[in-house]
Design a protein around this ligand. Structure first.
Ligand SMILES: Cc1cc2nc3c(=O)[nH]c(=O)nc-3n(C[C@H](O)[C@H](O)[C@H](O)COP(=O)(O)OP(=O)(O)OC[C@H]3O[C@@H](n4cnc5c(N)ncnc54)[C@H](O)[C@@H]3O)c2cc1C
Length: 418
């Protein structure tokens, strides 16, 4: 492991310190953390550098230079990340640098399109934070999410994709036949087509300890991580919706017993799934009115879930091999609300799923596969309604969407000439 070249001086209660730690983590930059509440020498160092003021976070770099209370944009600049595009007009702007966005960028740039990809945090998206990617074809021993992301990013750069990092897309608009993309740093760029590849985030429990054991006993995807727990005695599933029940049943393929923790008094799942849970031979036990209050670990792995029955107040500790949290996903689409058609949960509708009433401007043209209700705007990967939330499928959707985009650009060139 490489020695961290960056040190963050902060304190556990400081939200800006957490933000800076998250930002460096997303950029895969190893750092040393000094909690000045615990470390007197660290506190003295902060006071010395800031003329006696106790200002945190203070972030010290390899060359001994430092930033105090930096914004993410200031940190990005200091780390040499590209946050500003070279041009204003592009053939295609891709929003989101996860597997779907990066793959689409490779396809489009390789065919000669001028492509700008805008990513608000770490390249690789959710795949970048996956400890081990075990089910992506072509890597018989598996591959770390970070290495996978670095490889795909390198490939995109080889074909000339321009990549912005630490830049958030906040709004889209249409002007004189061009799509306009407005970013968090007050800039905007124009393009002929847009790909939305902003993915989704798993809803978290927000209890102490959860963040510390993600990937080390706390998981969000049974298809992805269930097989790591083959032969174990117990896995916990948190949630009572259809996906929690389906994933819980799937996990019985790997473990002797699945314990489901449900906040309410029932499971909200299909009849077939409920029948399976209630079968006399079922290996699923359901605890209703139960919430997780804290997660603890040992040797960097999950050890204990502290749970409580909300009716009786009774507390209990569980020691499962892993806990899978299925309490929903949040698509990253706030900037699309009232702009493109979304489903009831906020996922983007595309192709045949979109209502034709919304495509008045293009009545004569059926939406292309992956095209949204706004002609020229496409969506691929986890953000898309009906997608399967896997790296392999996000990669496939990115490739397929770029072929539709090629068709759209070809047609719009034809129209411009006519
Ligand atoms: C912990 C974990 C483990 C997983 N393990 C596996 C596994 O083993 N196998 C597997 O196949 N799948 C796994 N998955 C699922 C897989 O990672 C996703 O299905 C896949 O990454 C989806 O790719 P995507 O490109 O559609 O979206 P994402 O990977 O979510 O990427 C979207 C990107 O868009 C960016 N973005 C969002 N909004 C904006 C905005 N407004 N402006 C700019 N950028 C924005 C985000 O920062 C993100 O980088 C795992 C997921 C997690 C969280």
């Amino acid at each position: 492991m490489t020695d961290p070249k960056v040190t963050i001086y902060g304190a556990y209660w400081c939200p800006d310190c957490r933000r800076s730690k998250k930002f460096l983590g997303e950029q895969f930059i190893p750092y040393r953390w000094v909690d000045i509440e615990q470390d007197l020498a660290g506190e003295a160092y902060v006071l010395e550098k800031n003329n006696g003021k106790r200002i945190i976070p203070m972030i010290v770099f390899e060359d001994d230079s430092f930033l105090v209370e930096p914004t993410n944009a200031e940190l990005a600049k200091k780390l040499g990340l590209t946050t500003e595009a070279k041009k204003i007009y592009y053939d295609l702007i891709i929003i989101g640098g996860g597997p779907a966005g990066l793959t689409a960028s490779i396809y489009a740039a390789r065919e000669g399109a001028e492509v700008l990809l805008i990513e608000r945090s770490g390249l690789g998206g959710q795949a970048g934070i996956t400890v081990g990617l075990d089910n992506f074809p072509g890597f018989p021993e598996g591959i770390s999410g970070q290495e996978f992301s670095e490889r795909v990013t390198q490939q995109a750069r080889r074909f000339g994709v321009e990549i912005l990092q630490a830049v958030d897309v906040e709004r889209l608009a249409m002007e004189e036949g061009y799509h306009e993309v407005y970013t968090s740093d007050g800039k905007h760029y124009h393009s002929r087509a847009i790909l939305i590849a902003t993915g989704a985030s798993y809803r978290r429990l927000d209890v102490p300890g959860e963040d510390d054991y993600i990937g080390a006993g706390i998981h969000f995807c049974a298809t992805c991580d269930g097989p790591f727990y083959k032969g174990t005695k117990e896995i916990v599933v948190v949630g009572g919706g259809n996906s929690a029940v389906e994933e819980g049943l799937h996990l019985t393929n790997f473990t002797e017993k699945v314990t489901m923790l449900v906040r309410g008094d029932r499971l909200a799942a299909s009849r077939v799934a409920l029948d399976k849970v209630n079968e006399p031979t079922s290996r699923v036990e359901v605890k209703y009115h139960t919430v997780v209050e804290a997660i603890e670990g040992q040797d960097s792995k999950l050890k204990t879930l502290k749970i409580r029955n909300t009716e009786t107040g009774e507390a209990e500790e569980l020691h499962p091999a892993a806990a899978f949290i299925f309490i929903g996903q949040l698509p990253n689409t706030p900037f699309l609300k009232e702009y493109a058609e979304l489903d009831q949960y906020g996922f983007v509708m595309t192709g045949h799923d979109i209502s034709h009433a919304l495509r008045k401007e293009a009545l004569d043209l059926e939406p292309l596969p992956f095209e949204t209700s706004v002609p020229g705007i496409f969506a691929a990967g986890d953000v898309r309604h009906g997608s399967t939330k896997q790296v392999a499928s996000a990669v496939g959707e990115g490739a397929a969407a770029s072929i539709s985009i090629r068709e759209f650009l070809r047609r719009s060139e034809g129209m411009a000439v006519a």
